[in-house]
Design a protein around this ligand. Structure first.
Ligand code: G3P
Ligand code: MG
Length: 263
């Protein structure tokens, strides 16, 4: 398996990144969604969101609370990983996924890690904050245990967390997520200089051509989420972005690979 490099080779198509797995067709952030991504030809990377449990295990969950995507209530931090395992994380999406559970990061890396790259998005939680640095340390320990440091990107909207990852693991690749409200009016190179991040990640509606130029000038890659329809793929590819983060990554692979509407 090739090591992860933030930018595709010159002339290659953008990386295809499965947002929370193939979350359009399976419950987000479950092994079912991740296996679907790993089985799909041409999907390069899996994006997932991580938080900390009461017993300091790294769990895969997007929201601050459990209600939307599981049969649990409250925050992940209030439960042990064994307790979280008992909640159903599939039925809300479709009855055929009943029995899916919230996986730990370890389970995901061990289960589908043999031929994928991972974008591990570290979710900071200002409401139920763990001791400073603990989540980053546990994430790094988990990835190291699985010998996957060369296939993981560590990203966050909280740039203190990615700066911390970089200082704890200087060789790691990190991604700065952009939030218009917090980060306006800064450009990608600002985040690169402040945190060392090699990848700039923003939402489709936040992307500007000047961002791509500024990022590439300092050697940064640009990934954009969430791109699910062909006309968006066309627009993004014409701007020269390096990664497309999609809920239906399997469906966009053939569109990208056919060179459809490439500039
Ligand atoms: O990494 C891009 C994207 O995952 C960030 O937003 O809310 O889907 O985690 P969100
Ligand atoms: Mg995310």
């Amino acid at each position: 398996m090739r090591p992860f490099r933030p930018r595709p080779e010159s002339g290659a198509t953008p990386y295809v990144i499965a947002h929370r797995g193939i979350s359009a067709k399976a419950p987000e952030n479950t092994l079912a969604a991740f296996r679907m991504a790993a089985d799909a030809r041409g999907v390069d990377m899996i994006e997932l969101d991580v938080r900390l449990t009461r017993d300091e295990e790294v769990i895969v969950l997007h929201d601050r609370t459990l209600q939307r995507t599981t049969t649990g209530n409250g925050t992940a931090r209030a439960y042990s990983s064994a307790e979280l395992h008992a909640f159903d994380a599939g039925s809300w999406f479709h009855p055929s996924f009943k029995g899916e559970h919230m996986p730990t990061l370890r389970e995901v890396l061990a289960g589908v890690g043999d031929h994928m790259w991972f974008d591990v998005e570290i979710k900071s939680d200002w409401m139920h904050r763990e001791p400073p640095g603990l989540l980053e340390r546990r994430v790094l320990e988990t990835v190291r245990e699985q010998n996957l440091m060369d296939r993981v990107m560590f990203s966050s909207f909280d740039h203190r967390l990615i700066a911390n990852v970089k200082s704890l693991a200087p060789g790691s690749v990190t991604g700065a997520l952009y939030n218009l409200y917090w980060d306006f009016p800064h450009s990608p190179s600002y985040f690169h200089e402040r945190t060392g991040a090699e990848v700039f990640v923003c939402a489709r509606h936040e992307l500007r051509r000047s961002f791509v130029e500024d990022a590439h000038r300092v050697g940064m890659a640009v990934y954009v989420y969430t791109i699910d329809i062909p006309s968006d793929i066309q627009a993004m590819m014409s701007m020269g972005i390096d990664g497309i983060i999609s809920n239906a990554a399997d469906d966009i692979v053939p569109i990208i690979q056919s060179g459809w509407n490439r500039p």
